[in-house]
Structures are given as structure tokens and as C-alpha cells.
Design a protein around this ligand. Structure first.
Ligand code: URA
Length: 219
């Protein structure tokens, strides 16, 4: 973990992340995966953890779920180059499998202790990039933000403010949810259109949103 004493920059943070051996995931990973640097991105999209393809290529969301994410970004009127994409856990969580497409492991969800051990990386990443809007993709990042187990089915499409990082949060289903459950497609597409609208409003009228916060604090 980089020293906190001097001001941190993204390149130093990334170089330190690539060397991380804080948990067991370093033993089976090819590499730790983070997003491609953007200066002050408006939108930070946060997934759960890299899968096999991401582990090999070193880029988040470049596999099947990434293809769906690209379609959604288009629907929201956002370009992949203008958003920052990363994950709660930076190394691929695996379980042994004889049917793994990427080596002798299959993907699995990150365990609570892996999320906790990895969290200082995400905390620094959020501070370094200070986005205006954090889009959580699935239950793992939403639960991280809310500090308790949270069901996306209950919160998707409803923006709320996260004081810790001074950022609006917009929960979405994980793109991979659509691979397994096509019935979520209509709800997801509506959420994504609303997300595009929310981004445009946030950019055009930041004071309106600031005012909403002031009112919320008074209430
Ligand atoms: N799923 C995620 O949550 N993150 C990735 O990077 C890829 C798939």
C-alpha cells in the first residue's frame, strides 16, 4: 500500500496495486486489474471483481459482461473513453474447476474477507479520481457502498448520495445478470436511459443537485 504521507498520484497507486500480496487471490491471479486513468472522470462504474478474461488482459469488463456494458453505455449516451471502470476487488476470485475456460479455475464471487482486505485500494482510487457519479454494477459494489448486504432488486435505478466520497450513487444490475435472466432486460434498459438523463442533468445543473443535498440535510 503506498505511503499516505506525500500526495498520491494514479500511476504510483497502480504500480503499488500490481505488486499487492495482501490476500490469497494474488496466488492464482495473472495480474491485478484496475481501470484506465481518466483525469477527474464524471462517471466511475464499479463492478465486483475481474473474471478470467479480465485477469488475462488486465482490463476490467473486456469479456462477455463487458460487451453488454458497452451496449448500455451507448444507450445512456456515454462513451467508454469518458467513464472510469473498475471493481471492488482487484484480483480474480477463483475456484478450482476442470471445466474452466481460462486455465484450471472458474470465477466465483469475492468473499467478505477479500472485499475487506482489498478495500483500501478502492478507497484510494475513489479519492484519487473524485468522480461525480458512482454507478454500482450488481450487489457486491452496492453492498460495499451501503455498508450492509443490499439487494439490487430493491435499489436499482434510484440515485442516492454517498457522503463519505461526496458522490452520487446510481445502482444498476450487474450486466452479467442479463446473461442469466433475460426478464431483467426491460428494467435494465429503463435504468440505463434514466442514468444517461441523470448524467446530463448533473452536468448541466450541478447547483440543482447541490441544492437537493442542502434540503436533504435540513430535513
Ligand atoms: N464482472 C465484473 O464485475 N467485473 C469485471 O471486470 C468483469 C466482469
Amino acid at each position: 500500500m503506498p505511503e499516505e504521507k506525500k500526495p498520491l498520484d494514479f500511476a504510483t497507486w497502480l504500480a503499488a496495486l500490481k505488486q499487492c500480496r495482501r490476500c490469497r487471490l494474488c496466488e492464482t491471479r495473472t495480474q491485478a486489474v484496475a481501470g484506465e486513468y481518466r483525469e477527474k472522470p464524471m462517471v466511475f462504474m464499479l463492478g465486483e471483481a475481474p473474471g478470467g478474461r479480465e485477469d488475462q488482459e488486465g482490463r476490467p469488463f473486456c469479456g462477455q459482461a463487458g460487451g453488454i456494458l458497452d451496449d448500455f453505455l451507448r444507450l445512456a449516451g456515454l462513451k467508454r473513453e469518458e467513464v472510469y471502470i473498475s471493481n471492488v476487488v482487484k484480483c480474480r476470485p477463483t475456484r478450482p474447476s476442470s471445466r474452466g475456460i481460462y486455465g484450471s479455475y472458474a470465477n466465483r464471487k469475492p468473499a467478505p474477507d477479500e472485499i475487506k482486505t482489498c478495500s483500501p485500494w478502492l478507497e484510494l482510487e475513489l479519492r484519487l479520481l473524485s468522480p461525480k457519479l458512482l454507478v454500482t454494477l450488481g450487489g457486491v459494489p452496492l453492498s460495499y457502498v451501503m455498508g450492509e448486504s443490499a439487494a439490487v432488486g430493491r435499489y436499482h435505478g434510484q440515485a442516492f448520495y454517498w457522503r463519505t466520497h461526496n458522490v452520487w450513487v446510481y445502482p444498476l444490475y450487474h450486466p452479467a445478470a442479463l446473461i442469466y435472466d433475460a426478464s431483467k432486460k426491460a428494467a435494465y434498459e429503463q435504468d440505463v436511459r434514466n442514468l444517461g438523463e441523470f448524467c446530463r442533468e448533473l452536468t448541466a445543473n450541478p447547483e440543482t443537485w447541490q441544492q437537493k443535498l442542502v434540503e436533504e440535510r435540513k430535513a
